[in-house]
Design a protein. Sequence first.
Length: 254
Amino acid sequence: MLLVVDVGNTQTHFGAFQDEELLEHWRFATVRQSTADQLGAALRNLLALRGYSFEDLHASIVSSTVPQLEPEWTAMSERYLGHRMLAVGPGTKTGMAIRYDNPREIGADRLVNAVAIRERFGGPAVCVDFGTATTFDVVSRDREYVGGALMTGIEISLEALSERGARLPKVDLAPPRSVIGKNTIDAIRSGVVFGYAGAIDAILRRLYAELGQRADVIATGGLSGLVVPFTEEIDEIDDLLTLTGLRLLYERNR
């Protein structure tokens, strides 16, 4: 089996593929101080819950937006899995042209998502990833990665609102019941969710204008299910998109 690991700032999402089939996947909170041994213990326990073991994993690949955790994951692989884990970064073969001023600046997760949407849709296509940041990654009609846009994530905006607004409460994210909130919590939920939905639609329409045509749009990330139902431009949600992109990158680099 192939182990694929997507390390985000908030959550780590990983899974096991047998050829093109995703057999199982898990999420846990990203802890920046995790050591290789702690990661190995967590992985072993989760595998055991589904009847698997380290011996079932013949190869692995990691994409990390947390720099200090990438070497811990690769060390875990060498120590417990007995092989070298491929890390997505500069020099990784993507199979597509990168039209970016400095390709080394592209976040590993963004590159993985671009590979996945190119394989699925060809082009033009856009991935909107709802994570700590909300990112837009664009593949052109010529199937080239041409860049994208970044905006603050929903949770960061909520935290800033409660920290800067002395009389504003902390609010759990939930779908708004209406645009017009009848209390402070509903008003915040309305502003945040409808505000983000509107901003995302506006950015996507501007992207279409620059591309010269509408693109296929897919969303991924932990908070996509909260916002996407209130957008007009996003076609579907695929929570496993990044894991699929990691599998594709492994196949192109083994």
